[in-house]
Design a protein around this ligand. Structure first.
Ligand SMILES: Cc1cc2nc3c(=O)[nH]c(=O)nc-3n(C[C@H](O)[C@H](O)[C@H](O)COP(=O)(O)OP(=O)(O)OC[C@H]3O[C@@H](n4cnc5c(N)ncnc54)[C@H](O)[C@@H]3O)c2cc1C
Length: 400
């Protein structure tokens, strides 16, 4: 069962990595091991479905570069494979005077990151884009789009198989060994040997890195994001996507309205500390996951710094009225009876020991291995470019 490259994780990052490596090095034997019975069962299958334009990210960062490149590659992939998507644009709305400088920062980032067509929308003109939105001033971002990342992942899986790659489902990598000329992963009572190992384990990526003996200095803290659906009769309140100005202290974008490619409008997600890494209900608790979070000195520092924000998120999680109040800041006409609880997703957010959240995408080398340590939003948008970046690093590490 020897492969050239063994990838853990059949989420969009693992799949895009397999695809880009197979395209770059035809004939290489690439195997993806996924612990679930299908691809895209975790973050990739529980997200907002937005093709992000790249407006938010610090110029020069991996997020800025890979989101811009990945945006173009994702749109091209959808076009080439007839996947439904819509470049419908969005508005980002400043709701208070205090948010205006941050809106201006975003405009400057749009310019620095090479976005096309971003325009400032004065208060009286917001209704031209979103007739029911509130706000003092906005940015219109025409490049933003929507897609179904599960469909994208399934198509990537199909392409991987067509290029001779293998995706083995229901195989959890439980241990890793490094031999002088190989890497051996134990999964589902079988050994999988390869020359090189790549960890795209998402919410479990820190644990997979630990299996490889790599001290990454970061651990994953799971943040659940909960959604409501706007009832069909009220969907006319939202034309496309309406976002607030995000708080620069956090890597989350704030609750927003997103028209979905399959129909419907999603409202959310919030960002609540999750007591289970892959738990999608409020009642889901995993003792190991919870104990790990609270025993983490980095988390305790983070909690001390941001407890007020954290409590607010818990309040909004348990009180629909509080959630609706947050949404009404963007869309004053929205009312509680218009909303029904929808799904949720859990974000894998890497945290350093000093309590700071890792903002950028992050990678680490191991022995005959590479670990993706932080791939939160916009990693679905950027996935094909992240895959390209990993293919470059693989080539460099192995002298190909
Ligand atoms: C609520 C929410 C909204 C988001 N909205 C957007 C958006 O609109 N646009 C955007 O671009 N991004 C968005 N994101 C971010 C995006 O979904 C993620 O960045 C992206 O899906 C990460 O992909 P991944 O492959 O790294 O992780 P995942 O999709 O989580 O995949 C990791 C895979 O690894 C597998 N795995 C883990 N451990 C093992 C093991 N030991 N053995 C075998 N398999 C293993 C898991 O089962 C899983 O399938 C959002 C995320 C969330 C949670």
């Amino acid at each position: 069962m020897r492969a050239d490259v063994l990838i853990t994780g059949g989420g969009i990052v693992g799949l895009a990595t397999a695809l880009r490596i197979l395209e770059r090095f035809p004939g290489l034997k690439v195997t993806v091991l996924e612990k679930e019975g299908g691809v895209a069962r975790h973050q990739t299958g529980h997200n907002s479905g937005v093709i992000h334009s790249g407006i938010y990210y610090k110029p020069g960062s991996y997020k800025a570069q890979l989101c811009r490149r990945g945006y173009a590659e994702m749109v091209a992939f959808c076009r080439a494979n007839d996947l439904p998507h819509d470049i419908c644009g969005k508005i980002i709305v400043a709701l208070t005077e205090a948010e205006l400088p941050q809106l201006e920062t975003l405009r400057q980032r749009a310019e620095a990151n090479g976005l096309k067509g971003v325009s400032v929308v004065e208060r009286g003109d917001i209704a031209r884009y979103e007739p029911h939105a509130g706000g003092l001033k906005a940015l219109h971002v025409p490049e933003t789009g929507i897609v179904d990342y599960v469909k994208v992942s399934e198509k990537m899986a199909e392409r991987i198989r067509a290029l001779g790659g293998e995706i083995i489902l229901s195989r959890r990598v439980e241990s890793l060994r490094t031999l002088p000329d190989a890497k051996v992963a134990r999964a589902g009572e079988a050994d999988y040997e390869a020359s090189f190992f790549i960890n795209c384990g998402g919410l479990m990526s820190d644990r997979v890195a630990r299996l490889d003996g790599v001290d990454t200095g970061v651990s994953i803290v799971p943040f659940r994001g909960e959604y409501y659906d706007l009832d069909p009769a009220s969907r006319g309140l939202v034309k496309n996507l309406i976002y607030p100005v995000p708080d620069p202290a956090f890597p989350f974008l704030g609750v927003h309205f997103t028209r979905m490619i399959g129909g419907g409008v999603e409202c959310g997600p919030n960002a609540v500390l999750a007591f289970k890494r892959e738990g999608y209900r409020k009642s889901d608790v995993n003792l190991k996951d919870t104990a790990e979070v609270f025993a983490n000195p980095g988390f305790r520092k983070l909690a001390l710094r941001h407890w007020r924000m954290g409590l607010g998120e818990f309040h909004r999680s348990f009180s629909k009225a509080a959630f609706v109040k947050a949404l009404q800041r963007l869309l004053p006409d929205v009312r509680e009876p218009m909303l029904t609880p929808a799904g949720s997703g859990v974000r894998a957010q890497a945290l350093r020991r000093d309590g700071s959240l890792v903002d950028d995408f992050a990678f680490a080398d191991g022995p005959r291995s590479l670990h993706v340590l932080n791939a939160p939003s916009p990693a679905a948008t950027a996935s094909l470019a992240i895959g390209g970046e990993i293919a470059d690093r693989y080539a460099k590490s192995t002298g190909k």
